[in-house]
Design a protein around this ligand. Structure first.
Ligand SMILES: C[S@@+](CC[C@H](N)C(=O)[O-])C[C@H]1O[C@@H](n2cnc3c(N)ncnc32)[C@H](O)[C@@H]1O
Length: 226
């Protein structure tokens, strides 16, 4: 699966290398500013599954944040270092199923933008325990992930190409397992660690072999309150 992402960054079929930050992530940042939920300026941020580094770069440029950004695809991290390097971003190769090297309570914000849906259910528990450990009390997390409700392509893939865990399928081109969450199943998993502050479902398009397919996504804002 790591290998498939390496191939994707070398020869992209659906990711974009244009450097524009993810739109719903920008909406989250606006919400933080508007509601004065937590200071973004100078904050300490973790970008998990950072890909090309486009979102990390935006955070340091706009808010003078200090960002740790990791991805398990070496080709993504090489691209990020070449194109989005900044003295306040540390890019590293890391698999989110492994424990993190950061100290307890070291981040104000954690971003997981379309990254952890490929973890197995068991690995996701370890990952969330680790994110809870490294996030400061009252720190915020933004998660964008695949939604199950109303996604006909997800239903088709789960039926015809099922993965090992419930509500998973094997991605036709990446050949990795992907999980789609219903609203209740997302809450059941994430609320063990975080409070769900805001959750919305939106539609968008994902490419398989150059063809756009309608998919549904969750944008979720979470807070560590214990
Ligand atoms: C759809 S891309 C999103 C990248 C980035 N967050 C963005 O918004 O541009 C998903 C990324 O998650 C990374 N990824 C998937 N599984 C991972 C894992 N277990 N550990 C670390 N990175 C992972 C992939 O290599 C890929 O770069």
């Amino acid at each position: 699966m790591q290998h498939s992402w390496e191939r994707e960054y070398t020869n992209p079929t659906f990711i974009s290398k244009d450097g524009k930050p993810q739109e719903d992530f920008l909406k989250f940042l606006k919400w933080v500013k508007k509601n004065r939920v937590r200071e973004l300026e100078g904050s300490s941020i973790l970008d998990a599954g950072c890909g090309t580094g486009r979102n990390a770069f935006y955070l340091v440029e706009k808010y003078d944040a200090k960002v740790e950004a990791f991805d398990f695809a070496k080709s993504a991290i090489s691209f990020a270092k070449e194109n989005f390097s900044h003295p306040h971003i540390c890019f590293s190769v890391h698999n989110m199923k492994d424990t993190l090297s950061y100290s307890d309570e070291s981040f104000d914000f954690v971003f997981d933008i379309m990254a952890s849906f490929s973890l197995s259910d068991g690995d996701r528990e370890i990952y969330l325990q680790e994110l809870h450990r490294v996030l400061k009390l009252d720190g915020l997390m933004y998660v964008r992930t695949l939604a199950k409700e109303g996604d006909k392509n997800a239903q088709f893939l789960i039926k015809n190409n099922p993965g090992d865990d419930p509500d998973t399928y094997i991605h036709p081109t990446l050949l990795s397992q992907e999980k789609v969450f219903s609203g209740p199943s997302f809450k059941e998993v994430y609320e063990k660690y975080f409070e769900v502050v805001f959750m919305e479902r939106k539609s968008g398009y994902q490419k398989f072999d150059g063809q756009p397919y309608k998919r549904n996504y969750w944008n979720v804002y979470l807070r560590k309150n214990v």
